[in-house]
Write a protein that binds this ligand. Structure first.
Ligand SMILES: [Zn+2]
Length: 205
């Protein structure tokens, strides 16, 4: 074989190995089922006044009703909430109207084919102008890839009771998020929760 042919063969083989390696890395990341390791949805613990409800699949919880997520009540207007993991923004939807008691903007962040997170920016106002203000304070767009920690949006506290609801979804079910938080995130969330419910757990069956 000619020297030039040998070199071409080596170069082609190398290119195939590199392409295959890249493909497998990306594929494994999206479909291996390796679970997310989540940071807190809030940027700073000092931004959160209280957690009034955490996760409960029944009424048997300190807050007394079924609630398949965690409600973060900020200390002040326009506090930032961030991506708990890297992923893709799948949907941003304003829900407002007579039939919806707590107006909100829903943001869905997809981790992989199994896990996603939803944030409800619940601004508690029926005024359509307030809906636009909350929508304008969502700082990502549909289809956008975000990195863990990127700010998703700020909560516009138009009415009393405004908060951000966070849920972790696995295969279409809102599940207890606790095992998927880093130890640091878990400690931070429990510390805030314990201000309202001393000794409480994050999740109830
Ligand atoms: Zn909630």
């Amino acid at each position: 074989m000619k020297r030039s042919k040998v070199l071409l063969l080596i170069a082609t083989s190398l290119a195939i190995v590199i392409l295959l390696g890249t493909y497998l890395t990306v594929f494994r990341k999206r479909y291996s089922g390796s679970p997310p390791s989540m940071i807190t949805p809030y940027v700073s613990a000092s931004d959160i006044a209280s957690i009034n409800e955490a996760y409960s699949a029944s009424d048997n919880a300190p807050w007394g009703f079924v609630h398949k997520g965690i409600d973060f009540f900020p200390t002040d207007n326009y506090k930032s909430f961030r991506a708990v993991f890297s992923g893709v923004i799948k949907e941003i939807k304003l829900r407002q109207g007579a039939q919806i008691s707590n107006s909100k903007v829903d943001v869905t962040l997809e981790f992989d084919s199994s896990f996603s997170a939803v944030y409800y920016f619940e601004f508690f106002s029926q005024d359509t102008a307030d809906g636009q203000i909350q929508l304008n304070n969502i700082l990502v767009s549909e289809g956008q890839s975000v990195s863990q920690g990127d700010v998703i949006g700020k909560l516009y506290m138009a009415g009393g009771g405004s908060h951000v609801h966070f849920s972790l979804i696995k295969d279409g079910e809102m599940i207890c998020p606790e095992p998927y938080f880093t130890q640091e995130a878990k400690n931070s969330i429990l510390e805030i929760l314990h201000k309202t419910y001393p000794g409480s757990g994050m999740c109830y069956g």
